[in-house]
Ligand binder design. Sequence first.
Ligand SMILES: [Zn+2]
Length: 60
Amino acid sequence: MAHSPERPKLYVCTDCQLVYAGTVAEHVEGGSHVYEPPAECRVCDSTSFVETSQWPHRHD
Ligand SMILES: [Zn+2]
């Protein structure tokens, strides 16, 4: 089985579109990590974040 390198999730502030790397919330046995978005945006104080992988789908 191919092993793909782990990369941290990225989160986008929905208000100012600044991108943050997710912080590791938990180290899970087996080598995977759980990531979580920052508590709030340092720029605009928003607490609303989406993963970059989902960002293009939010178009409204
Ligand atoms: Zn922001």
